[in-house]
Design a protein around this ligand. Structure first.
Ligand code: NCD
Length: 324
């Protein structure tokens, strides 16, 4: 990891210990994570079907700046900002002045001059959002909506929120993260968040070509065999095969991958009977997960989407409060 990424920890929290940017779950203190999850409960009470709107971001401007495709993350950030009464702008990079050669930094400084309060940024380069946060200083809050294969903190927070709703005691959990962990910013952010929340048993299950780097330093167990890796797991989270991040062929046969690592009803048998099944989306049907599992009785895939609105509201509300 570059120095820039390590600095994420230093600059995302202000001297009073409050959240001023959200760049990474690495180094995010447990109390802040719990505060985010608890605030999200206020916006989407358990059993309640509707998001609670609020005026907390009235008069503020939130801009979505996505340099990579997105369905869930961009729209739920937009909905979250609107439910908090912010003005929301979306800059579509494929039709922006980037196509005329404007650099990302110049784009950022231009948006800063418009007195935007928060920039929600997704970027293909690891560490890009941390560099942007360093460039804008304290004027604009940067929310990392996914940087390369590095981090996707709001996804990990919404995953933790979803897990807590079904399995309230993190310190009792066995969590298996399955699939293309090598390229997954979701996996990286989940590992840090779940460790901080006290999950004692985190297993990474992947073929050798897609295995997490530096698993030993992260304090997780690694498995190449799915049945062993998910045995008695309370949570099984699988990940998309991220072909766009593979610079060489790492999976020779999708059929073999599905047989060995796909979440099918029969492959899931060794997990705990009441295990929840998670996927951040978008799913590759019939590759890393079967549709009957993704939308089956133990799946929480669509709940993850709904919960993402409440968690993103919580993060934005806390950042605005810290800046006042
Ligand atoms: C993920 C992402 O973009 O990192 N999706 C998401 O945000 N829900 C996972 C993926 O692309 O596979």
């Amino acid at each position: 990891m570059s120095n820039n990424m390590n600095k994420a920890v230093d600059i995302q929290i202000n001297p009073r210990g409050q959240l001023q940017h959200l760049l990474s779950t690495e180094g995010l203190p447990r109390e802040l994570i719990i505060e985010i999850l608890d605030r999200a409960e206020d916006f989407l009470p358990a059993g309640g079907r509707r998001i609670q709107s609020s005026g907390l971001l009235s008069g503020r401007t939130v801009m979505n700046l996505f340099f990579e495709p997105s369905t869930r993350t961009r729209t739920t950030f937009e909905l979250a900002a609107k439910r908090l009464s912010a003005d929301v702008l979306n800059l579509f990079m494929e039709s922006s002045s980037r196509t005329k050669g404007e650099t990302d930094l110049d784009t950022l400084l231009t948006l800063q001059a418009m007195h935007v309060d928060m920039l929600v940024i997704r970027h293909p380069d690891n560490g890009a959002t941390t560099e942007f946060a360093q460039a804008v200083g304290e004027d604009v809050a940067i929310l990392n909506a996914g940087d390369g294969s590095n981090a996707h903190p709001t996804q990990a927070l919404l995953d933790a929120f979803t897990i807590r709703r079904h399995k309230p005691d993190f310190t009792q959990l066995k969590v298996a993260i399955v699939g293309d962990v090598l390229h997954s910013r979701v996996a990286h952010s989940n590992i840090h968040a779940l460790k901080t929340l006290g999950v004692p048993d985190i297993r990474i299950v992947a073929p050798p070509a897609l295995m997490l780097e530096g698993a030993d330093t992260l304090g997780v167990q690694t498995y190449h065999d799915l049945a062993t890796g998910i045995k008695d797991a309370d949570v099984v989270m699988t990940l998309r095969l991220q072909h766009e991040r593979m610079h060489e062929q790492r999976v020779t046969s999708l059929q073999d991958y599905h047989r060995d690592y796909g979440l099918t009803r029969s492959n899931l048998a060794p997990a705990a009977d009441d295990a929840i099944i998670m996927h951040p989306g978008p799913i590759n049907r019939g590759v890393e997960i079967d549709p009957e599992v993704a939308y089956g009785e133990r799946a929480v895939v669509l709940e993850q989407v709904t919960n993402g609105i409440a968690v993103r509201m919580a993060v934005m509300a806390m950042i605005v409060a810290a800046r006042d």
